[in-house]
Design a protein around this ligand. Structure first.
Ligand code: B12
Length: 224
């Protein structure tokens, strides 16, 4: 039988407690892991794993909308507990800038929040525009903040049009330049959707997200 260290056992307990939607114990365990200096990346990965399981419980009819709202509240509390410990990577300087947000018409935020915190933990500077963000606001922020990547989150079929409008507006803004790169994520995102909406790339998990940003940052460093 595999024997885990007390910290790893604590991580497993966190996942179980999140899945069971136990607010008090989830926050307590996350606080304890924080005090033991468990890397934020591990705590965030536990949140992602728990949310994936909660998805399955919802899809199979064992959890209802209220459970999802509750899960969102708990995970956002865990994220805000670990966030102060997330420091920029690479000797104090960021690897690149990522502007994130959920497209107009939508309020799904959990994947975006976990991805944003994790990108930050891996050394990227992140600006989060929140949810229900208009195409105009994405373009305005891209102009003012000059991100390397604009990452759009979409989960509803009814918002695919809004995704396409936002990508169209961002493409018009960047003209012939390759920056900012336009990436997409979320339940509705498939390779076909990426091509259809004319995004530059997509990611299915937060670790794919981090990997894509790392590749982009490296290629930009080589060009500079
Ligand atoms: C949780 C949830 C909710 C919660 C959201 C809570 C919150 N604060 O976010 C609540 C209850 C509010 C909700 C509401 C609704 N929901 Co909902 N919801 C979900 C559910 C179960 C999970 C989504 C989620 O958080 N997943 C967990 C995260 C970790 O995964 P993720 O979001 O995919 O993100 C990962 C990657 O995609 C990527 N990523 C995602 N976004 C981003 C962004 C960036 C910047 C980056 C870098 C990476 C990244 O990284 C993440 C981590 O791996 C899905 C079902 C499912 N199977 O996904 C339905 C689902 C998306 N919802 C659905 C629906 C229909 C609704 C409602 C219309 C329901 C209703 N009748 O009111 C409303 C819509 C409200 C609105 N206008 O947006 C449908 C959509 C169907 C469709 N084809 O359109 C789904 C698929 C459920 C279903 N099977 O029917 N929902």
């Amino acid at each position: 039988m595999i024997k885990y260290s007390p910290e790893k056992t604590c991580l497993v307990n966190l996942i179980q407690s999140l899945i069971a939607l136990e607010v008090g114990s989830s926050v307590d365990i996350a606080r304890r892991l924080n005090e033991k200096e468990m890397p934020p990346k591990c705590i965030l990965a536990a949140c992602e794993a728990a949310m994936m399981e909660i998805n399955e419980l919802y899809d199979s009819g064992q959890y209802y909308i209220a459970s999802l709202i509750m899960a969102g509240e708990i995970i956002n509390r865990v994220i805000s507990l670990v966030s102060p410990r997330i420091k920029p990577g690479g000797k104090g300087s960021y690897k690149g800038r990522v502007l994130i947000g959920t497209v107009r018409g939508e309020i799904h935020s959990l994947g975006k929040n976990i991805a944003g915190a994790l990108l930050n933990a891996y050394g990227f500077e992140v600006s989060d525009l929140g949810v229900d963000v208009s195409a105009g606001r994405f373009v305005e922020s891209a102009r003012d903040w000059k991100p390397d990547v604009v990452w759009l989150s979409v989960h509803l079929s009814s918002c695919l049009r809004s995704l396409e409008d936002t990508i169209g507006a961002l493409r018009e803004f960047r003209g012939l330049a390759s920056s900012p790169a336009i990436f997409i994520s979320g339940v509705k995102v498939t390779p076909a959707q990426k091509d259809h909406s004319r995004a530059d790339n997509y990611a299915a998990t937060v670790f794919d997200t981090v990997r894509l940003c790392e590749i982009l940052a490296q290629s930009r460093r080589r060009v500079a």
